[in-house]
Design a protein around this ligand. Structure first.
Ligand code: KG4
Ligand code: ZN
Length: 339
């Protein structure tokens, strides 16, 4: 079966073609056109600008993806229907709808969060049976969610952020420090520099929001505010000091990792989970990957499949269509939401 998938939930325009046969999965093409440079001037994603770019880029990205897949016949189309920025999502959904009609193939709506989790199985064809129950943790620019996965494709949300997502916190802190957008990679780079040169010890102490609370929820907006107040208090001489910036980056990164590790540990303990399954843009953070490996039996996608892409949307559709029960569900949903 060949699935063409479309992803436009935020600021990446992505199209992929995936071929699946049982456990054998081949990514025939996976094109991502990033709008990073465009949004950098605003320090974050500007939804209506993103929508305009999707409109402009989608036909081009689609052509490239199809060309790379060598024009193979497509059996189904999958599209991210949410969660995400609404004007952006509609660009992908409308494009997918038109395409499905033109090609006379079915169209399936895919949940973006689930796709981030299932990106883990792009290279290995599917999960081993002994990894469940598992705890899923999706950490991106728009979401921070802890999910109980009792068995494959069976989810229950345990907790999520009450305000900013962890990636959003990286992005907003980077804006405060004048490091540009997206903030995560910029902060990670400076933090790495710091730990290499000074052994990782930091003299700035930031809060670890909600770390002691007995629930699975997160809150990162207070962490950003703590950085803002601390930064505003500094004299200009300090604000410009590379030493201070690196220290702040290392501490904010560690505060986010501490909260994520601690809440995940609680969920693993409470639900006797065998595995932790990670997904989302923030999971491309090297320090986070290192510390999760140290603490858990963990699955994480290769870095290129952590940030938004359409291959993860295609594999999600593939797994649902392969399973009889889920196939009926996804087909019913397609009828309700997209036609
Ligand atoms: O999953 P994603 O591509 O888009 C959403 O669904 O939101 O995640 C984007 C987020 C941004 O907030 C970006 O700053 C963050 O992922 N990110 C990182 C790193 N690379 C991307 N955060 C921390 N460290 C990184 N290396
Ligand atoms: Zn995402």
């Amino acid at each position: 079966m060949k699935i063409l998938a479309i992803e436009t939930s935020c600021d990446d325009t992505a199209v992929a073609v995936l071929e699946g046969e049982g456990k054998k999965i081949k990514i025939l093409s996976n094109i991502v056109s990033s709008q990073e440079k465009l949004h950098a001037q605003y320090g974050g994603v500007y939804p209506f600008l993103a929508k305009r770019e999707h409109q402009r880029n989608l036909p081009l990205v689609f052509k490239r993806a199809l060309r790379q897949a060598q024009g193979k016949r497509i059996d189904a189309i999958a599209v991210t229907y949410g969660p995400g920025l609404e004007p952006c999502l509609w660009q992908g959904i409308n494009f997918a709808n038109d395409l499905a009609r033109k090609l006379n193939v079915p169209l399936f709506p895919i949940n973006h969060i689930e796709a981030h989790l299932l990106a883990n199985f792009l290279n290995i064809g599917g999960p081993a049976s002994n990894i469940f129950p598992a705890i899923g943790l999706v950490v991106s620019g728009g979401h921070t969610q802890l999910i109980l996965i009792k068995k494959f494709l069976d989810y229950k949300i345990l907790g999520e952020t009450r305000d900013d997502a962890a990636g959003e916190c990286f992005d907003k802190v980077a804006r405060i420090l004048g490091l540009g957008y997206p903030g995560g990679p910029a902060i990670a780079k400076l933090a790495k520099n710091k730990s290499k040169n000074e052994g990782g010890g930091t003299s700035i102490i930031l809060p670890r929001p909600m770390i002691k609370q007995k629930n699975y929820d997160f809150s990162f907006s207070g962490l950003k505010t703590a950085v803002l107040y601390l930064h505003q208090k500094q004299p200009d001489r300090i604000k410009k000091s590379p030493e201070y910036i690196k220290t702040m980056c290392a501490e904010v990164q560690q505060a986010i990792i501490d909260v994520l590790v601690s809440k995940t540990k609680k969920a693993v303990r409470d639900y006797r989970a065998k595995t932790v399954i990670l997904g989302g843009g923030v999971i491309s953070n090297d320090e986070l990957r290192k510390q999760f490996k140290k603490n858990f039996n963990v699955l994480m996608p290769p870095k290129k499949f952590c940030t938004d892409n359409a291959a993860m949307v295609a594999i999600t559709a593939y797994f649902h269509l392969k399973d009889k029960k889920h196939k009926q569900k996804i087909e019913a949903k397609a009828d309700l939401t997209l036609k």
